[in-house]
Design a protein around this ligand. Structure first.
Ligand code: NAP
Length: 284
């Protein structure tokens, strides 16, 4: 049976480390601060924002929430981001996605100052990730790397297969695995024989968002399976892309959903906020 990689436990250890760093910064009169913008009343987004606020409280980061009505205009948001960019007491800015359809998310993400872009979505930060000298790393893929590191699983020399090529998960995931000396294959909806690719994976990372996509016969015996996706099962419960029970009998290690990558994403956001606060105060 595979080892279950416990994202709650690993993220909790990370949050303890971040809390100690926050305390050290506060002793130097620097209070790390994260500003969160939420537009509209999407229930999932409300839960995500609440969880981020709770994580801030836990580690001692000041959080400022801007909860705005669904009919907020692009200009109002640009003005808000402009004022947060100019506010030296704010170190990180996060605009919760998805945004209502009338808003141009790309333009808003571009407006966030790269040094305050704690989601690492700005093209300047994406470019740095590509070059390999980024300080702010995209939270979900960086959380996966942290899990692997914690478990002593090195991608070096391994064949890593990433399912999904989104800008938020798949692409940066592939870049981080590549930077860690993995040999990386990226699959997507036009990949002709998905199973042939997944069966070659020593480390399989799935970020597709399709329940039941990964069956046990698609997994190489002894592989590590990281399930990023968050889907709803027929029973209404959360699940990933992998058939967890069956894959657990083939893989050497596997992440559960929930309790796997999800908590890591929030812990990385806290770490990025501290990294941003340090950089903006000339501390490395
Ligand atoms: P996305 O933007 O919808 O991207 C999905 C990707 O999957 C696309 O690249 C798509 O290919 C590919 N795909 C679709 N069908 C496929 C198939 N049959 N075989 C192989 N690839 C296929 O989603 P996302 O934002 O990356 O998120 C992916 C999942 O991760 C979602 O379930 C999301 O909820 C979850 N997520 C979790 C966290 C966390 O903290 N745990 C954070 C972010 C996202 P094309 O490019 O060809 O369309």
């Amino acid at each position: 049976m595979a080892k279950i990689i416990d994202g709650k436990q690993i993220s909790s250890a990370m949050l303890d480390t971040v809390a100690a760093e926050v305390a050290a910064l506060k002793a130097q009169n620097i209070e790390p601060c994260l500003a969160v913008i939420l537009v509209g009343e999407d229930p999932a987004s409300q839960v995500y924002v609440r969880n981020k606020q709770r994580a801030c409280e836990r580690v001692g980061i000041r959080s400022v929430s801007h909860i705005l009505p669904v009919d907020t205009t692009q200009q109002e948001l640009l003005d808000l981001i402009g004022s947060l960019n100019a506010d030296p007491s704010v170190h990180g800015i996060l605009c919760q996605l998805p945004l209502p359809a009338h808003l141009d998310a790309q333009q808003l993400l571009l407006a966030i100052a790269p040094e305050k872009d704690v989601d690492a979505f700005h093209p300047v930060n994406v470019g740095k990730i590509t070059i390999g000298n980024a300080k702010l790393l995209p939270c979900t893929p960086a959380g996966v790397m942290e899990m692997l590191r914690y478990e002593g699983i090195s991608p070096a020399g391994k064949h890593c297969v990433v399912l999904g090529r989104s800008n938020i998960v798949g692409k940066p995931m592939a870049l981080l695995l590549l930077a860690a000396d993995g040999t990386v294959t990226v699959c997507h909806s036009k990949t002709p024989d998905l199973a042939a690719e997944t069966r070659r994976a020593d480390i399989l990372v799935s970020a597709v968002g399709k329940r039941g996509l990964i069956t046990a016969d698609m997994v190489k015996p002894g592989a590590v399976v990281i399930d990023v996706s968050i889907n709803r099962g027929e029973d209404g419960k959360l699940c990933g892309d992998a058939d967890f029970e069956a894959v657990s009998r083939v893989a050497s290690a596997v992440t559960p959903v929930p309790g796997g990558v999800g908590p890591m994403t929030i812990a990385m956001l806290m770490r990025n906020t501290v990294t941003a606060a340090k950089a903006q105060n000339g501390i490395d």
